[in-house]
Write a protein that binds this ligand. Structure first.
Ligand SMILES: NC(=O)c1ccc[n+]([C@@H]2O[C@H](COP(=O)([O-])OP(=O)(O)OC[C@H]3O[C@@H](n4cnc5c(N)ncnc54)[C@H](O)[C@@H]3O)[C@@H](O)[C@H]2O)c1
Length: 388
C-alpha cells in the first residue's frame, strides 16, 4: 500500500529511475550536466589536499576495525586492486591509549591520517556502559570531522517498500546534543547541555550548500525544532538563512523535524531533489530512518568530512554475531570507499567500481545472506571483480 502511494501521482513524475551505474554519480559530472554553478575551487570548504606519491598512488589510512571489519576490508582491497585504483593502503590501529588520564587515539594513527588526509574505516565495537568513550566519537573529535554525509539511494534488484529513494542527509557532527556535557544537579536529577554555536552551524551549512551544488541537487532544506528550542535551533536556523544567501543558485527552505519524519516515511520521493542538513541528534536518527527505506544499514555508506582530513565508513556496526564466518556483506564499506574516491577526485575509478557493484546486486546471483542470497563475502567480491 505504502509503495503504491509512493509511486503514484505527481511525486512519481518528478523521479525517473536511474540506471544502476548512475547512482552516486561523480559530483561534478552531475552538477555540470544540470547546469548548476559549482563552488569555485579556491572557495571550497573541506577540499581534499592530498597528492599522489612518486609511485603514482595516493596513500589511504585503513582502519579495518572489529568483528566483520577485516573481512569486508579485504573485499575493498581486492576490488580496488582488480580495478587498478591508484590507492596504496596504510593499515593503522586505533585501539585506544591513555594520555594524561584520558582516552586517546594512538599517535601513529593520528600521524597517518594527518599525513594522508583521508581514511577508510571499518566498524569499531563500543562496550556499552563502561568507561570507554566511543572510539568513533573520539575520531570525530580528534580530526574535527564536522559533517557526516549519508546518502541513501534505492538499490536495483533489492526490493524494498519504496523503489526511488534518493535522499542525502548532512548531520552536524561535533556538538548539539552530543557535546558530552552532562552532570548531576542533585541525586535523581541530571542535566545534559545541547551546545549550538554559530561557527559550527555556519561551517556545516556552508558545506551542505556546496555539497548540494557538487552533486547536482537543486535544494537545501534545514531540519530543526526551533519552535521549541527557540535559542539553540533558532540560531542554527538563522545561520541557515544567512548562509543560503551565499548560494543564490540553490533553493533553500526549512522544515520541522517531526514533520520531516512523517513525510519521509509516507513518501520519500519529494526529498530526492534536496540535501537535508540538521543538528547532530536529529541527523543521527533521521539518517538511520532513511537507511531503513532502502533496506537497512548494511547498504548505507557515509563520509565524515573535516576541514583537512576526512574518514569514510560503513554505517553498520561490527556484527559480532557473524564475524569470522564469511557471511558479511561488504557493500556499505565499498560504497563508502566510492564516496572516498569521489572526494579524492578519482571519479573514473569510483564510477567503474560502483557500476560493477550495482550490476552484481541487480543480477542477484551472488549476493550475501542479508540480501537473501547464499554467497560468502569473498564470492560476492569475486563477482564484483568479474563485473568490473
Ligand atoms: N560506525 C561504527 O563503528 C559502529 C556503528 C554501529 C555500531 N557499532 C558497534 O558495533 C557493535 C555491534 O553493534 P550492533 O550489533 O548493535 O549493530 P551491527 O550493525 O553490528 O549489527 C546489527 C545486525 O545487522 C547485521 N549486520 C551488520 N552489518 C552487516 C553486514 N555488513 N553484513 C551482514 N549483516 C550485517 C548483524 O549481523 C546484526 O544482525 C557494537 O559494539 C556497536 O557499538 C559500531
Amino acid at each position: 500500500m505504502i509503495a503504491g502511494r509512493c509511486l503514484a501521482g505527481a511525486a512519481r513524475q518528478q523521479v525517473t529511475r536511474q540506471a544502476p551505474q548512475q547512482l552516486f554519480r561523480p559530483a561534478f559530472a552531475q552538477a555540470q550536466s544540470r547546469g548548476y554553478s559549482v563552488t569555485k575551487e579556491e572557495n571550497k570548504v573541506a577540499k581534499f589536499p592530498g597528492s599522489k606519491g612518486s609511485d603514482g598512488k595516493f596513500t589511504v589510512s585503513l582502519i579495518e576495525g572489529d568483528g566483520i571489519g577485516p573481512e569486508i576490508s579485504q573485499s575493498v582491497k581486492d576490488i580496488f586492486s582488480a580495478a587498478n585504483a591508484p590507492v596504496k593502503w596504510e593499515p593503522i590501529s586505533v585501539d585506544p591509549v591513555f594520555k594524561d588520564g584520558k582516552q586517546a587515539i594512538p599517535d601513529e594513527a593520528i600521524d597517518s591520517i594527518t599525513r594522508n588526509y583521508v581514511a577508510l574505516k571499518g566498524p569499531l565495537a563500543t562496550p556499552i556502559g563502561k568507561g570507554h568513550v566511543s572510539l568513533n566519537l573520539t575520531l570525530r573529535r580528534t580530526f574535527n570531522l564536522f559533517a557526516n554525509v549519508r546518502p541513501c539511494k534505492s538499490i536495483q534488484g533489492y526490493k524494498t517498500p519504496y523503489d526511488d529513494v534518493d535522499t542525502v542527509l548532512i548531520r552536524e557532527n561535533t556538538e548539539g546534543e552530543y557535546s558530552g556535557i552532562e552532570h548531576v544537579v542533585v541525586d535523581g536529577v541530571v542535566q545534559s547541555i545541547k551546545l549550538i554555536t554559530r561557527e559550527a552551524s555556519e561551517r556545516v551549512l556552508r558545506f551542505a550548500f556546496q555539497y548540494a551544488q557538487d552533486i547536482g541537487k537543486p535544494k537545501v532544506r534545514a531540519v530543526h525544532k526551533a519552535t521549541i528550542m527557540k535559542m539553540s535551533d533558532g540560531l542554527f536556523l538563522s545561520c541557515a538563512r544567512k548562509i543560503s544567501k551565499e548560494f543564490p543558485n540553490v533553493e533553500f527552505d526549512a522544515e520541522l523535524l517531526d514533520n520531516a519524519c512523517l513525510k519521509v516515511v509516507s513518501d520519500p520521493t519529494p526529498y530526492n531533489d534536496k540535501v537535508l542538513v540538521m543538528p547532530n541528534l536529529y541527523g543521527d536518527i533521521l539518517s538511520d530512518m532513511c537507511a531503513g527505506l532502502i533496506g537497512g544499514l548494511g547498504l548505507t555508506p557515509s563520509g565524515n568530512i573535516g576541514d583537512e582530513c576526512s574518514i569514510f565508513e560503513a554505517v553498520h556496526g561490527s556484527a559480532p554475531d557473524i564475524a569470522g564466518k564469511g557471511l558479511a556483506n561488504p557493500t556499505a564499506l565499498l560504497l563508502s570507499s566510492i564516496m572516498m574516491l569521489q572526494h579524492m577526485g578519482l571519479t573514473e575509478h569510483a564510477s567503474k567500481i560502483q557500476a560493477a557493484i550495482f550490476k552484481t546486486l541487480a543480477e542477484g546471483k551472488t549476493i550475501t545472506g542479508d540480501l537473501g542470497g547464499k554467497a560468502k563475502t569473498h564470492e560476492y567480491a569475486d563477482a564484483v571483480i568479474k563485473n568490473l
